[in-house]
Design a binder for this molecule. Structure first.
Ligand code: ADP
Ligand code: MG
Length: 295
């Protein structure tokens, strides 16, 4: 229901069949495709330190969809993700996951539905990468909290799917920022959520790994999950996202398919830059910034 066929040509990555569905995250999602949006922000307003940060945000992510959340530093992107996992409190509005208000779901149940790849992937202790990924299974463990063979296997498969099986025994403290980011993506996969929230997951990655992560997000969406990804990379977001939401000063300024949203007027309004936008060979908008002051 989410990806109009006509859009397919603009996003070739989506043509990849969900071939990896035997992976650790093969589970829950497909059944929900076609129903209510997996994730829905309704009029979410948040003030932090007495200052309004979000001023009434409405946004939906459907099953099968990758939505990019873009906007300048301080726009409120991280805060919006935090509201979805109840790390930040909404002063007004609400967030629904699978049609249920997150305020009414236990934290463990919410963690079975929603996984987060946070902006800051540091952990203060020298956990091994495999242990960190296994932590993604925590919301699924029984009363005693012991991991089963299945949990260990899912963690191993998540590492493999992200392409970092070779990092399994390395201490997180001894990894590069990009390698740590990939470990955190694998942890989110091991969690087997219906909704993935990723906060600048490609910020420290080289180009190949950026593309790999975005292709992985497309594959996860093709399994029927919903993905909301914060990024500063307009080009990659335009290429891999079904829709883009531009957040500015706590409000969604524009939302829609990349080619409808990314234009000079929006870039001026949201980022305060003067830029040219040209269509790539497949219609994907390409941003050519000209000046930060010419508007
Ligand atoms: N705990 C906090 N107390 C006060 N202000 C905060 C807090 N956390 C974030 N902010 C402010 O809220 C605004 C939005 O922050 P954030 O959501 O992190 O923006 P983004 O992720 O879009 O860069 C920023 O101006 C930031 O300084
Ligand atoms: Mg942020």
């Amino acid at each position: 229901m989410t990806r109009a066929g006509a859009e397919g040509a603009t996003h070739p990555a989506t043509a990849v069949p969900p071939a990896q569905s035997g992976g650790p995250a093969a589970g829950p999602a497909a059944a929900s495709a076609g129903s209510a949006p997996l994730l829905r922000f309704e009029g979410v307003a948040v003030a932090l330190g007495g200052r309004p940060v979000l001023r009434g945000v409405d946004l939906e992510v459907a099953a099968g969809e990758v939505v990019g959340l873009l906007g300048p530093n301080g726009a409120g992107k991280t805060t919006l993700l935090r509201v979805a996992t109840r790390v930040a409190h909404a002063d007004a509005g609400r967030v629904l996951v699978g049609g249920r208000d997150v305020a009414s779901i236990s934290r463990a149940a919410l963690a079975r539905e929603v996984a987060v790849v946070p902006q800051d992937t540091q952990l203060p202790f020298p956990f091994r990468a495999a242990e960190v990924v296994l932590m993604g299974r925590a919301p699924h463990l029984g009363l005693l909290g012991f991991e089963s063979e299945d949990d260990v296997e899912r963690a191993r498969a998540a590492l493999a799917r992200v392409g970092i099986a070779h990092l399994a025994d390395r201490s997180l403290l001894a990894l590069s920022g990009g390698e740590r980011q990939l470990v955190t993506v694998a942890r989110a996969l091991a969690q087997d959520p219906r909704v993935l929230l990723l906060d600048e997951p490609t910020a420290f990655l080289d180009l190949r790994h950026r593309v790999e992560v975005l292709e992985l997000l497309r594959a996860l969406a093709a399994e029927g999950r919903g993905v909301l990804v914060v990024s500063h990379d307009l080009g990659l977001a335009a290429r891999f996202c079904d829709r883009i939401a531009l957040l500015a000063e706590g409000r969604i300024a524009r939302v829609g398919p990349p080619s409808a949203v990314i234009d000079p007027a929006a870039l001026r309004q949201v980022f305060g830059i003067d830029a040219q936008v040209v269509a790539g060979p497949d219609g994907t908008p390409i941003v050519l910034p000209r000046s930060a002051s010419g508007c």
